[in-house]
Design a protein around this ligand. Sequence first.
Ligand SMILES: [Zn+2]
Length: 290
Amino acid sequence: MSETNENLPRDTQWLKERLSFIIASYFPDVAQGYPITVSFGIRARYRFGTIIARGGQCIIRLNHLFTDPEVPLYVIDETLAHEFVHYAHGFGSGLPRLYEHPHKGGIIEAEFERRGFTPTHHKAEAWRKQHWAEFYQSRCGVPVDSQLRQVTATPVQWDDFMNQHTCRTTDELAALFLSVHSRLGIQETPEIQNVGWVFATTRQQALSYYYPKSKRVNLHGLLADRRVPESVLVFELAYWIIRRHHSGKWERIQAVMAQKGLKKTEEEALAWRKKSWMRFRNLHHPLNKL
Ligand SMILES: [Zn+2]
């Protein structure tokens, strides 16, 4: 199954043709609901595609990272097919709703099976399992914004630092971010899609930074060091999640933290920042060790 030139740039037009091909090949019997607009959305760690209905239109968006030729075509196909199964089931399409929940009960897999799409599904799943984390880190693990680039120091020393086995990995940070999220009982913060590290200069002293353009929160790279208590990382992440979700007012942020049982974490984190952060930075900052 190909039909699309693999060497073409993956732009909106290309994606549109790809979706048409998938529909014609695997879903020719599905009724026409809302007209579909398909495009690449934002870069995301945990989201491959979305489908929504808006004003009598169906909008399908794919992870922007899929424009990268390193992501196999069958991964894009599988994501498009997944979203189109939602469409066929009446989610985002205006068609009659066939199920109560878009995913429960293996209804997507059953639809794939019925339509001979299971091999592609398995191939895509295997690729994601084997390569996604590393691919994601290779593209997003280091800051990409121009605003970040300006303040990013020569990362060689930082590279060495981050590669020490004593350091928390980007995946660990992402997992921690998710756990803080669920601890706060917040379903999602659309304004925060990515977490990572800042390869800070010696002048950058904040423990965390928020980048609205890339919907990213980065923690100071030194927080990857396991000698920094986890409560410090939890506090920084919780701070941004609450701030983007509820309010920017410090009293409100504190109130939510207390309400979610994070009072102790907050106290510990603030105490560490006050007592130890400057010393820790002076002692361990990779750029101090030239
Ligand atoms: Zn889905």
